[in-house]
Design a protein around this ligand. Structure first.
Ligand SMILES: [Zn+2]
Length: 428
């Protein structure tokens, strides 16, 4: 405990942390106090998963004052989750942490994930019974598909590395499964990142809302005229891995076993536009590992095939947590997208989505660079007006009430996106 208080004193004395981050750091310390008082139980892991024990991961806070420094940290393997004016916080592997220190960054706080994990966190699925694991996500999609008979087909867009189907609920008056359609297409996808479980729930709530409201004339008009793809769980291996043993593990990536012995890639750094050219790491141990090549991972390849074969898709929103922000391209370069009309439409749509959800909107690379993300590739390759929504909440495991808080505004935002899919350039 003395050590913790010393760390807090260092924060305050060196003045590294502004008010926002002090709060965050102090909250972490409070959580740690309760964790220290009552140690978390041992995590039992299958033998095949022992690799992660041999490669510990940490939650850290680092001094970084601008987007250039934040990008350097992302390239060194930090998965940035919280940004304040003077600092960033997030998760790293042990190797990445060593590299960050060697580079001379000031690490003000570091804690093993096992120790950082707040004791008060709600285990999945008992206290967080509203959240859907892989099997229950599929059951819910089946139920909604039944309620939307006449529009719905539930099909697999591909298999994860461990062989789980990546389920897509497609809503179209005429086309089924992977059939072609000329109706304006909108894609809603969640769970690129394993631990962002609420990003599964919001697309599921959207699907359920459509089923519950299909009799309303405006909803019926939308269903009759659009081609809607809802993929709540793109990273099912990671989502399951993150809740193994009834505890959360702060896992971000997929879990494909790599030749190095490390597990998984950051699949939102694995898409093919500007892949590997900044803001992601070539180190397989890193939380921001880009993969050995663009579209090397079966999950991103499944999305590539979806967009390559359904060029009627004009809009997309990729759900993440947390941050209460809507990002638009580019992610992979600090430049603006060059087409002025497209840029204006991106700003309009992002602003509207953000307003409906109660968030702010900004260009993704204004925070830091991240090449190989879904938005950049879908826009560059297929002219899709593609967005990232970082849902609200104070962490990866905000509890069941956070779903109810986030759902209404984000459902409105998804309806808006589907509506403007006929001509995003005319969006208001
Ligand atoms: Zn994410």
């Amino acid at each position: 405990m003395l050590k913790l208080l010393t760390i807090a004193a260092i924060f305050l004395n060196i003045g590294v942390f502004p008010a926002q981050c002090e709060t965050s750091a102090m909250k972490a310390l409070v959580r740690l106090e309760s964790a220290t008082a009552q140690p978390a139980p041992e995590i039992s892991e299958p033998a095949s998963l022992k690799t992660t024990s041999a490669n510990p991961r940490y939650w850290i806070a680092v001094k970084a004052q601008n987007k250039g420094e934040r990008t350097d940290l992302a390239e060194l393997g930090l998965a940035i989750e919280e940004i304040a004016s003077q600092t960033v916080s997030g998760t790293v592997s042990e190797k990445s942490l060593a590299k960050i220190k060697v580079r001379g960054f000031l690490v003000g706080y570091e804690r093993r994930i096992e120790e950082f994990r707040p004791k008060a966190q709600k285990d999945f699925p008992q206290q967080d019974a509203k959240y859907h694991d892989y099997v229950r996500t599929y059951s819910e999609l089946q139920s909604v598909a039944g309620a939307l008979a006449g529009y719905a087909s539930l099909y697999s867009v591909g298999k994860s590395a461990e062989g789980r189907d990546i389920w897509c609920l497609r809503l179209n008056k005429n086309a089924r499964n992977d059939d072609a359609s000329s109706d304006p297409g909108a894609v809603v996808v969640g769970n690129h990142h394993a631990r962002e479980h609420i990003s599964v729930e919001i697309p599921l709530r959207f699907a359920r809302w459509l089923a519950d409201n299909k009799g309303k004339s405006d909803v019926k008009a939308l269903l009759d005229s659009r081609d809607i793809y809802i993929i709540p769980m793109l990273n099912p291996d990671g989502a399951e891995y993150d809740i193994r043993g009834g505890q959360y593990h702060y896992w971000r990536k997929t879990v494909r076993k790599l030749p190095s012995g490390d597990l998984g890639a950051d699949i939102n750094r694995n898409y093919g536009y500007l892949w590997g050219q900044g803001g992601s790491s070539p180190d397989p141990s890193a939380d921001t590992y880009m993969g050995p090549s663009a579209f090397s991972e079966p999950e991103t390849l499944a999305m590539k095939q979806l967009f390559d074969t359904h060029t009627n898709i004009t809009t997309c929103n990729s759900y993440h947590s947390y941050g209460s922000v809507v990002y638009y391209p580019w992610s992979g370069t600090y430049d603006d997208i060059p087409d002025a009309k497209d840029l204006a439409a991106f700003k309009t749509i992002a602003g509207k989505i953000a307003a409906l959800a109660g968030y702010r909107a900004e260009k993704s690379s204004d925070s830091y660079l991240s090449t190989g993300d879904m938005n950049d590739w879908t826009y560059a390759a297929h002219h899709v007006f593609s967005f990232t929504t970082e849902l609200d909440g104070s962490g990866f495991y905000p509890g069941a009430a956070a779903i109810d808080n986030a759902a209404p505004g984000n459902i409105k935002a998804m309806l808006y996106m589907a509506q403007i899919s006929d001509n995003p350039l005319n969006a208001r």
